[in-house]
Design a protein around this ligand. Structure first.
Ligand code: B1M
Length: 235
């Protein structure tokens, strides 16, 4: 019979490696246990997220690309990742700053990838933004409705497929047609995107990862606030 591994005996790097292995194997309970153990060692929720979980998912992504893993295995890994993100979410939100703005975020039409998008949403919440998370497979109308309903400052879109990223352009055009483009900051992200694509579709920013998304959102909100202040002074 296989001996049960005592996580408390592992040093941090070994424990992180173990969590990554368990994530790879889609063992949600074991991943959660490892996450709890790292947190009990006072590792910050952000470090647990980026080093153990995102690090593990990178390996899954590489093997998926190379044909070592297939969709069912990747789904199991994604499920394990999501379970642990549920533990980390309230902790990331706790490190909260005052509310800095409202963000509508979603994955675009035709695309069901949501792990990275949810990570961005969590980190934005942690930074003090109110976040309206629309989930996956959103058409332009769904984004527009949410921007209007929540008077959003920022519209964030995620796409993980080269076939779905062009839909961001459709959404931006719909925002323009609705007369909302001057009102809302548009940020985009996802693995196949880059800054040139963001520029081409006239988004305000491309964000490489969740940390960059938070920094960019704060920066753009500040610019907007400073600009509004200047305009008021001129009146
Ligand atoms: Co899919 N998949 N997948 N997949 N999947 C990719 C994206 C792929 C690159 C794998 C590969 O071939 N190597 C490939 C896309 C190829 C391409 O178009 N260039 C691919 C494919 C082909 C597919 C299917 C077509 C497979 C099939 O059915 N034959 C299918 C498509 C389904 C659909 O959407 N219609 C499919 C399905 C799936 C699963 C359902 C099995 C699962 C998704 C589960 C889920 O999300 N709930 C899945 C997964 C897990 C992946 C990989 C392995 C991992 C994605 C992930 O979660 N990464 C992925 C390979 C890879 O990316 N290495 C792959 C971890 C996450 C933290 O990173 O999402 O990049 P990421 O998010 C980052 C940044 O990109 C950024 O910040 C995040 C955090 O730092 N970011 C933003 C993301 N969104 C942002 C929004 C912002 C800002 C930053 O707003 C401002």
């Amino acid at each position: 019979m296989e001996e049960e591994l005592d996580l408390t005996q592992l040093k941090n790097p070994e424990l992180i490696e173990q969590i990554q292995d368990d994530l790879y194997d889609g063992l949600a309970e074991e991943v959660e246990e490892g996450v709890h153990e790292l947190l009990s060692r006072e590792m910050t929720p952000y470090d647990v997220l980026t080093q153990a979980l995102v690090g593990g998912m990178d390996v899954v992504g590489k093997d998926f690309r190379e044909g070592v893993l297939f969709v069912p295995e990747v789904l199991m890994a994604a499920k394990a990742m999501k379970a642990s993100m549920t533990i980390l979410r309230p902790l990331l939100v706790e490190t909260n700053a005052p509310q800095v703005g409202t963000v509508v975020i979603g994955t675009v039409k035709g695309d069901i990838h949501d792990i990275g998008k949810n990570l961005v949403a969590m980190m934005m919440e942690g930074a003090g933004f109110e976040v309206i998370n629309l989930g996956i497979n959103n058409d332009a109308e769904s984004f527009l409705d949410a921007v209007r309903a929540h008077n959003a400052d920022i519209l964030s879109m995620s796409a993980l497929l080269t076939t779905t990223m062009p839909y961001m352009d459709v959404v931006i055009n719909a925002v323009k047609q609705a007369g909302l483009r001057e009102k809302v900051i548009v940020m985009v992200g996802g693995a196949p995107l880059n800054a040139a694509f963001a520029e081409e579709i006239e988004a305000d920013a491309y964000c490489r990862d969740a940390a960059v998304a938070v920094e960019t959102a704060k920066e753009l909100m500040k610019i907007r606030r400073d600009y509004a202040g200047q305009s008021n002074e001129q009146i």
